[in-house]
Structure formats: C-alpha cells, structure tokens
Design a protein around this ligand. Structure first.
Ligand SMILES: Cc1ncc(COP(=O)(O)O)c(C=O)c1O
Length: 418
C-alpha cells in the first residue's frame, strides 16, 4: 500500500496547484487599456464618467433584463435591493445559514431580522420546504443564496413567494450563469445580486450589481447607491435615503472587460469539473458534487464529500491527508453557520443596544443558537471543497484525482488488512 505523504510518503503533487500566474492571467491588455481610458478621461467618479453607466447597459443586455444598478460590492448590491423593496424595522428576511456575512449585513443594516432556513443536505441550498418552515406574517423577503455555483431549486420557492406576497432577492455572488430549468440565476426573482470581489468568477477588485425586470426597483436601488440623488434636477435634493455605494469608473472599466470573458470562464470551469467527475466517479468512498435535476452548476468551487463510514476516516483528517499530497483542501471550509457569528449570536449590531433584535417594532424573541439549523450544522462538518479555476489543466485534474484516490485506497485497504 502506498504510504501517504501525511505519514512520510511521497507527495502526489510537488508543484503548487494554486499559483500567482493564474491570478495574474485573469487580466490582460484589454483591462489595462480600459483603465488607461478612464485615467485619460480625467473622470474617475461615475457621476462624471461614462464607464459605469455603460457597464449597467451591458449587464442589462447580457442578462436580458430591464435594468441594472452597479454598486461598490456584492454586499452593497444586496443592501440596495432590500432597500428598494422597502425592508425596514419589524420585517423578517429569510436567508441561508451557509453564506457570507455579505448576505446578512444588509438585512441588519436596515434594522430588519435575518431568519435562517435550513439547507438541503446534498446541495447546501435552502429549499421551499425549509423556507416554509420559518415563514411568518413578518416575512418581507427571501434571499436564496445560490451556493458555490449551484442554483437553488427556484420554481417551488417562486411559487411560495407568490402565494405569500413576499419578494425574492437572489444572491448570485457565487453562481454566475448557473441555471434552473434553463433560467439564469438573478433573473428569476424580483432582483438578482452579484459580487465582483477578487474571489468571484469575474472581478474588478471589489464591486457588485443588481439586476431586475422591474424598472422602478432598479431606479430605487440606483438612488440608494448614490445618496438618493437623481442628479437630474436643477436644485439638488435627496429623494430617498441612501448611502454612497458608487463604484468608481476604474472598477467599472475592468468589470466591463471581465463580463465579456464570463461565458468562456464558466465553460472552462464546467469542462474541468466534468473531467474531474469522470476521474472520480468510480473512486470508492468519494461522492462527486450532487447536482439537482434541471440545474446547471457553474463551479465557483468544486464541492464533494466522502463516505466516512466506508473509509473509516472523518472529513477533517481526509482533508489534511489530501492537502499533504499537494492538493489543498482547507478544512473546515466554513466553520460556523452565520447565525453563530459573534454579532448575531451576541445580538450586538448597534452599540450596546440589542437592536434590531429587541426593537419594540419587532417585539419577538430571537435565538441565534446552536441547533437552529441542524442540517446546515452537520453539513459544515463534512463538506469538502476543492478549488476550481478556468486555468486548471487536464494534468491538474489527474493530480487531484490521484491524490483523492490514493487517500481513499489507503483507508479502504487499511481497513481490510486490520
Ligand atoms: C454568497 C455571497 N453573498 C454576498 C457576498 C458579498 O459580496 P462582497 O464581498 O462583494 O461584498 C459574498 C462574498 O463573498 C458571497 O459569497
């Protein structure tokens, strides 16, 4: 039996898998040219420049929607969307416990209450059933988070929302171009929110955008992102309370070039994932990513898990052993469900007050405690995540599969010889 690198054997992969060259290769002369154009124009702020406005038009066309509002981040995009639909004190907004704080900060920043629906154990996405279980007459909106590249199963969620007259704000930060029954994420709910931070499929460093087929909502989101200024009237007025969530012209210029690369990035990632699936599908003990019928994954990352009973090893040790083989699997990928993060657990959002949780306009008890979403908590203990990149080659896929196979074999054979 081959000795694992973790216990003194030879590594499957000697060269690093994640390399700076891949990071740099995301940007080329087109991005440089676009940035230079902004500098040459003398206007770096969107109020005076053309790039951000142009990017909004490009995004609308790309997703075939009525309008887009570009923002300073994905978090800002969700904040603008929630503000546009009028979320405020006393409202509840349902979302996923397995996400980034960026899905939850905007709810709290509007003095509303985040309510967590449990996830499906195979996709880690919230579902119509889990949403229904926490729905109340206070629910104003649901933010389905399309996790790690896979759209939520949207038809039953949309049906539920319609029945209860609640808004759907899709969080698409991790799932550009994933589809559900052929429909793109972001175009199914009332509004779709995207992030352009440095870790996403496409990036301009930091940025985001909201899309919608409702022009009124987009116009409110735009106003919220620019202090409520219409910038058309002779006498300046703020027509709606808002923040400064403007993206700069420099970022918009980069984002615009990146958008043109998006389809190819997703295609290459899907090809890579398909190759990995094929190499891993017969490896005893490995469960390749579970994808719901009718959904197309866009592989922000490559999620999988192991049959811990069959292999006789837990996910944490497995991740450590594979990492020692030269294939990094950070574990845990996300340690805690969001509701156990300090500000939520301790209900400390606004200074020493317990607002919004104990706001008189809410008047209900909130318990962000362990056990709130048992499936999510369990999933976080066995979820394994491999990196995915449009720059990974066939030989990278083979190395990843070899490392996983070696570790599985080691445990399977070790068990039979015991
Ligand atoms: C699911 C999800 N929602 C929202 C965000 C927030 O995006 P940003 O970092 O651009 O504010 C992120 C970012 O990691 C995310 O992964």
């Amino acid at each position: 039996m081959l000795k694992l690198a973790a216990y003194g054997g030879t590594k499957v992969r000697k060269a690093p898998l994640l390399v700076e060259e891949h990071s740099k290769a995301r940007f080329g002369k087109e991005e440089k040219k676009a940035v230079a154009e902004v500098i040459d124009s003398g206007h770096l702020c969107r109020v005076f420049g053309a790039k951000a406005k142009h990017f909004e038009n490009e995004v609308s066309e790309y997703f075939s929607v009525s309008g887009a509002a570009v923002t300073a981040s994905g978090t800002a995009a969700i904040h603008c969307a929630l503000a546009a639909i009028g979320v405020g004190p006393g409202d509840e907004v349902i979302t996923s416990p397995i996400t980034d704080m960026g899905s939850v900060i905007p709810i709290l920043a509007l003095n509303a209450i985040p309510v967590f629906a449990d996830v499906d154990p195979k996709t880690y996405n919230i579902t119509a059933e889990t949403i229904k279980a926490v729905l109340t007459n206070r629910t104003k909106a649901v933010i389905p988070v399309h996790f790690i590249g896979q759209s939520c199963v949207m038809e039953p969620i949309l049906h539920l929302a319609k029945k209860h007259n609640i808004y759907i704000i899709e969080d698409c930060a991790q799932s550009y171009l994933s589809t559900c029954s052929g429909r793109l994420v972001g175009t199914m709910g009332d509004m779709g929110c995207f992030s352009l931070n440095d870790f996403k499929h496409i990036t301009c460093g930091d940025g985001g955008f909201v899309i919608s087929n409702n022009k009124d909502l987009i116009s409110r989101a735009r106003l919220f992102a620019d202090k409520g200024y219409t910038r058309t009237e002779a006498v300046r007025n703020s027509v709606l309370f808002g923040l400064n969530y403007r993206i700069s012209e420099l970022q918009a210029a980069v984002a615009s070039v990146q958008l043109k690369k998006l389809a190819s990035i997703i295609e290459r990632r899907r090809n890579f994932a398909r190759k990995l699936d094929n190499l891993l599908k017969h490896v005893e003990g490995i469960n390749t990513p579970f994808i719901e019928d009718g959904i197309e994954h866009s592989f922000w990352l490559y999620p999988f898990n192991i049959d811990e009973n069959k292999l006789g090893v837990n996910a944490e040790t497995f991740a450590w052993e594979v990492t020692a083989e030269g294939i990094p699997i950070p574990f845990p990928y996300i340690g805690l469900p969001i509701y156990l993060y300090d500000p939520l657990k301790n209900k400390q959002i606004y200074g020493k007050s317990s607002c919004p949780f104990e706001c008189h306009l809410y008047g209900k008890n909130v318990s962000n405690i362990k056990g709130l979403c048992p499936v999510a908590e369990k999933s976080l203990t066995n979820m394994l995540i491999l990196p995915c990149s449009e720059f990974f080659s066939d030989s990278d896929a083979r190395d990843i599969a070899s490392a996983l196979t070696k570790v599985c074999d080691y445990h399977l054979k070790g068990q039979t010889s015991r």
